[in-house]
Design a protein around this ligand. Structure first.
Ligand code: HEC
Ligand code: HEC
Ligand code: HEC
Ligand code: HEC
Ligand code: HEC
Ligand code: HEC
Length: 433
C-alpha cells in the first residue's frame, strides 16, 4: 500500500489528513504534510496572534500608558493616529514591530504605507522604542484590542454621556448642610420670640413700678441693640482677635510663597496637557526619576507635538506660535520659576519620587487641574520634617533597605513601620549643605 501513496490525491480536511499521517509512511508524502501544516500554522498566527490573556492586557496597558499615551489614544486621534484596529490596517504585525522599534528606519526604507502615514501626520517623528521587546509590543496590541472592543460595548450601554462630565461630588452635600443650618437658625429665632413674649406676660402679672414697666415694654430697635454694652464688647473682641490672627499669619509667612502663581510667558495649561490629554508628568519633567531637579521641558519637547498641533481650543494660534518662534530662533522660553527653596536647603526629586514612591500630587497638589501652576505646599522646614515623621519608608523590593529593616525591627519590635525619621530624615546635614 505504501508504494502507491504518492499517487493518492491529498484531501485538505483535518480528519483525512490525520488518517494520512497514520497510514502513509512514504517520506515524500510526510514532508509534504509537514509543509502543509506549517503553512496552516503560520496563517493562524497572522490572524489571531493578539492575545486576549488578562495578564498580557494589563502588562500592555502599563506599557501603553508609560510610552505611547503621550501621543496616542485607542479611539481618538491625538498627535498620532487612533490605534484601534491598527493590527488590521497596518501591512502586518511584523511591520508594526519594526515601526515601533524605529519608525524613521521604516520610513527611510521607502515603505509606501509608512511614508503615506508620515506625510499625513505632517512629518511628525514618532519616538523610537528600540528597548521594547517583541512580546511587549504584542502585549500593547493586546491592550489596544481589548480597549477597542470594550469601548464599543460601553458606548452601547451609555449612548448619551452627560455633557462636560464634570464630577459633582461634594457640592450637593454642602447645599443640604447650608439649608439645614438656615432652618435651625429660623427655628431658634422663633423659639426666642416665644420665650420673650412668655417672659413679658409673666412680668405683666407682677406688680411693677412705672419705670420697670417701661423697660419691659421698650421696643427692641437696631439702635437699642448696637448701643448695649454686651454688643460693643463682643464686636471689640472679634476685631482684636482677627487683627491678632492676621499679624501672626503675616509673621509666619515671611519668605513663604504658598499660592504663588505668576503669569508665564506662554499660557501653558497643565489642565489641558496633564488633565484632559493625560500626558504623563515624566514625559515633560524628565529629571524626576534620575536627578535632583524635575527640570522644565525644553522647546524641543513641546515641538514633538506642536509641529503638528497648531491651534488650541481656548487660545487660538498666538500662544502656540510663540513656541514655534522660540524653536526657530533657537531661544529658550523664559518660564518664571514658582517653587524655590533657599540655597541652604537640599531637596532631591528622584529620592522622593523614584526611591520613595511619592506621587507628585502629594507635594504639588492637583497640578492636572491647574490652568496656571501655583505653589500648593508651604515648602518650609516644618513641612519637610512633618512628613518625614509621619511617612513610612517604601522598602518594598529595595534590597538596600533589607538590612536596615531587620535592624529596625529588632530595635523597635516588628510591628512598628520604619519612618523616614528612622533612616536619618531629621538629621540637619541631610537637608543642609
Ligand atoms: C512623540 C509621539 C509618539 C509616541 C510617544 C508614540 N507614537 Fe506612534 N505614532 C506617532 C505618529 C506621529 C504617528 C504617525 C506616523 C508618523 O508620523 O511617523 C504614529 C504612528 C504609529 C503607528 C502606525 C499607526 C497606523 O495607523 O498605522 C503605530 C502602530 C504606533 N504609532 C504605535 C505606537 C506605540 C505602540 C507607541 C508606544 C510604544 C507609540 N506609537 C508612541 C507618534 C507617537
Ligand atoms: C506637556 C508638558 C508638561 C506636562 C505633561 C507636565 N508639565 Fe509641569 N510644567 C510644564 C511647563 C512648560 C512648566 C513651566 C510653566 C508653568 O509653570 O506652567 C511646568 C511647571 C510645573 C511645575 C512648577 C515648576 C516651578 O516653576 O516651580 C510643577 C510643580 C509641575 N509642572 C508639575 C507637573 C506635574 C505634577 C505634572 C503631571 C501631573 C506635570 N507637571 C505635567 C510642562 C509640563
Ligand atoms: C504630547 C503632546 C504635547 C506636548 C509635548 C505639548 N503639548 Fe501643548 N497641546 C497638546 C494638545 C493635544 C493640545 C490641545 C489642542 C486642542 O485643544 O485642540 C495642546 C495645546 C496647547 C496650547 C493651547 C492651549 C489652549 O488654551 O487651547 C498651548 C499654549 C500649548 N499646548 C503649549 C505647550 C507648550 C509650551 C509645550 C511644551 C512645554 C507643550 N504644549 C507640549 C499636546 C502637547
Ligand atoms: C516630596 C515632595 C515632592 C514630590 C513628591 C515632588 N516634588 Fe517637585 N518639588 C518639590 C520641592 C520641595 C521643589 C522645590 C525644589 C527646589 O527649589 O530646589 C519642587 C520643584 C519642582 C519643579 C520646579 C523646579 C525643578 O526641580 O525643576 C518641578 C517642575 C517639579 N517639582 C515637578 C515635580 C513632578 C513632575 C513630580 C512628580 C513626578 C514632583 N515634582 C514630585 C517637592 C516635591
Ligand atoms: C510627602 C512626604 C515628604 C515630604 C513633604 C518631604 N519628604 Fe523627604 N523623604 C520622604 C520619604 C518617604 C523619604 C525616604 C525615601 C527613601 O526611601 O530613601 C525621604 C527622604 C529624604 C531625604 C533622604 C534622607 C535619608 O536619610 O536618606 C532627604 C535629604 C529629604 N527627604 C529631604 C527633604 C526636604 C528638604 C524636604 C522639604 C523641602 C522633604 N524631604 C519633604 C518624604 C517626604
Ligand atoms: C527634612 C529636611 C530638613 C532637615 C532634617 C533640617 N532642615 Fe533646616 N531647613 C529645611 C528647609 C527646606 C529650609 C528652608 C525653609 C524655608 O525657607 O522656610 C530650612 C531652613 C533652616 C534654617 C533657616 C531658617 C530661615 O528662616 O531661613 C535653619 C537655621 C535651619 N534650617 C536649621 C536646621 C537645623 C539646625 C537642623 C537640624 C536640627 C535642620 N535645619 C534640619 C529643611 C531641613
Amino acid at each position: 500500500m505504501s508504494s502507491h501513496s504518492r499517487f493518492v490525491p491529498l484531501v485538505l480536511e483535518t480528519d483525512t489528513s490525520i488518517i494520512m499521517i497514520k497510514n502513509y509512511q512514504h517520506s515524500a508524502c510526510k514532508s509534504f504534510l509537514f509543509v502543509f501544516f506549517l503553512t496552516l500554522l503560520s496563517f493562524s498566527s497572522q490572524g489571531q496572534a493578539i492575545s486576549t490573556d488578562p495578564a498580557a492586557i494589563t502588562a500592555g496597558g502599563q506599557l501603553f500608558n508609560a510610552n505611547c499615551k503621550a501621543c496616542h489614544r485607542v479611539q481618538t486621534k491625538l498627535v498620532g493616529p487612533a490605534l484601534a484596529g491598527v493590527y488590521d490596517r497596518a501591512p502586518s504585525i511584523d511591520w508594526i514591530k519594526s515601526f515601533v522599534h524605529n519608525s524613521s528606519k521604516v520610513i527611510a526604507s521607502g515603505d509606501a504605507y509608512a511614508v503615506k502615514l508620515y506625510n499625513e501626520y505632517n512629518k511628525t517623528q514618532m519616538t523610537a522604542f528600540t528597548g521594547l521587546k517583541d512580546d511587549q509590543i504584542m502585549n500593547i496590541l493586546a491592550y489596544i484590542k481589548s480597549e477597542a472592543e470594550k469601548k464599543v460595548v460601553d458606548d452601547k450601554k451609555t449612548p448619551n454621556p452627560p455633557p462636560g462630565g464634570e464630577p459633582t461630588g461634594g457640592a450637593p452635600y454642602l447645599n443640604v448642610i447650608l439649608i439645614g443650618m438656615i432652618i435651625i437658625l429660623i427655628l431658634l429665632v422663633v423659639i426666642l420670640g416665644f420665650l420673650l413674649s412668655a417672659i413679658k406676660r409673666f412680668l405683666d402679672q407682677r406688680t411693677l413700678t412705672e419705670e420697670e414697666k417701661e423697660i419691659v415694654h421698650s421696643p427692641i430697635t437696631v439702635g437699642s441693640v448696637t448701643s448695649s454694652r454686651g454688643f460693643i464688647f463682643v464686636v471689640a473682641f472679634l476685631v482684636a482677635a482677627l487683627g491678632f490672627k492676621t499679624i501672626i499669619n503675616g509673621l509666619y509667612s515671611i519668605g513663604v510663597q504658598q499660592g504663588y502663581a505668576p503669569k508665564q510667558p506662554i499660557a501653558f495649561s497643565h489642565k489641558i496637557h496633564a488633565g484632559q490629554y493625560e500626558i504623563d508628568c515624566k514625559y515633560c519633567h524628565i529629571g524626576v526619576m534620575k536627578g535632583k531637579s524635575a527640570t522644565i521641558p525644553s522647546v524641543n519637547i513641546c515641538m514633538n507635538c506642536h509641529n503638528q498641533i497648531k491651534s488650541g481650543t481656548t487660545t487660538g494660534e498666538g500662544e502656540i506660535e510663540k513656541i514655534v518662534r522660540a524653536f526657530n530662533e533657537n531661544k529658550p522660553i523664559e518660564w518664571v520659576r514658582i517653587h524655590n527653596l533657599p540655597d541652604l536647603a537640599y531637596f532631591n526629586h528622584s529620592q522622593h519620587v523614584n526611591v520613595g514612591g511619592i506621587e507628585c500630587q502629594t507635594c504639588h497638589g492637583p497640578i492636572q487641574e491647574m490652568d496656571v501652576v501655583r505653589q500648593y505646599s508651604l515648602l518650609t522646614m516644618g513641612w519637610c520634617i512633618d512628613c518625614h515623621r509621619k511617612t513610612d519608608v517604601n522598602t518594598q523590593g529595595n534590597a538596600y533597605y533589607d538590612k536596615m529593616v531587620e535592624l529596625h525591627n529588632s530595635a523597635k519590635g516588628s510591628n512598628t513601620k520604619m519612618k523616614v525619621e528612622d533612616i536619618g530624615g531629621l538629621e540637619c546635614s541631610k537637608c543642609h549643605y
